[in-house]
Ligand binder design. Structure first.
Ligand SMILES: [Zn+2]
Ligand SMILES: [Zn+2]
Length: 247
């Protein structure tokens, strides 16, 4: 196929296709926009329930057994360490909206692998004040990219009804309490939904969203995040702990 002006326009709009999105080195375009030294760590050995990288040999991690889960399956593309952390931070706080395009490619690969039977895609909402301040919701950007790539409709199903204190500073019990009843549906969800977020930390946020969607009638809810905090310790090939800190 002849590459015309549309292709050139995309190259101009999304510099990630010509430069490494982490180090900025000029590289040959690859589909993730990364050079060989800035590879992200794919989440390979994952918990069959919550999708986070697990340490043991069983099917499930220890993390998600501590709370009731309202999603049917959760998966994430990469571990929330190193460059993945940096990229999420830039997408979230650095106005790097264009990153949604490349980060969603990792997520698409997971979707194709899982082949979930879903009617739509939706996303974890932000409180409207916070969204106005930031100008966008990064989870929504990822969801819209995935919708375009899969032809599943992206539906705006949830709203956040009140502002909450930063989850990062709270332990698990406090997170669940902080989020209790904070989401509401804005429309009736279809039978089967894929919920999108950028990062899964303890899973409390996506879990609360799934609880809300199920109460409103969704029979199945899947969760897909770009990254997830691995079950610690996350060891590299030399036995070094590479999960430098947990959020
Ligand atoms: Zn690089
Ligand atoms: Zn788990």
């Amino acid at each position: 196929m002849k590459r015309g002006t549309a292709y050139e326009l995309i190259q101009t709009l999304y510099p990630d296709d010509v430069k490494c999105i982490v180090c900025g080195r000029e590289i040959r375009p690859n589909r993730y926009g990364l050079c060989n030294t800035c590879q992200l760590e794919i989440n390979g050995n994952f918990c069959m329930r919550c999708g986070r990288h697990k340490v043991g040999i069983g099917d499930f991690c220890d993390e998600c057994s501590e709370m009731p889960l309202y999603f049917d399956e959760a998966r994430s593309a990469v571990n929330y360490v190193g460059h993945a952390k940096e990229l999420v931070h830039r997408l979230k706080y650095g106005s790097a909206r264009y990153l949604a395009k490349t980060l969603s490619r990792y997520m698409l690969d997971v979707l194709l692998l899982e082949d979930w039977d879903a009617n739509c895609i939706t996303f974890v909402p932000m409180h409207k004040k916070r969204r106005r301040k930031r100008g966008y919701n990064q989870a929504e950007l990822l969801a819209r990219e995935l919708s375009e790539k899969t032809n599943l409709p992206c539906l705006d199903l949830l709203e956040k009804t009140r502002e909450t204190v930063n989850q990062a500073k709270l332990d698990r019990a406090a997170r669940m309490e902080n989020l209790n009843g904070v989401f509401a549906v804005t429309a009736n969800p279809p039978r089967s939904v894929i919920l999108i977020d950028d990062v899964m930390t303890t899973g409390s946020t996506v879990n609360e969203c799934c609880k809300t969607l199920k109460k409103a009638g969704a029979a199945t809810v899947y969760v897909l995040t770009f990254a997830s905090v691995p079950e610690s310790p996350l060891l590299d090939n030399n036995g070094q702990n590479i999960a430098d800190f947990r959020r």
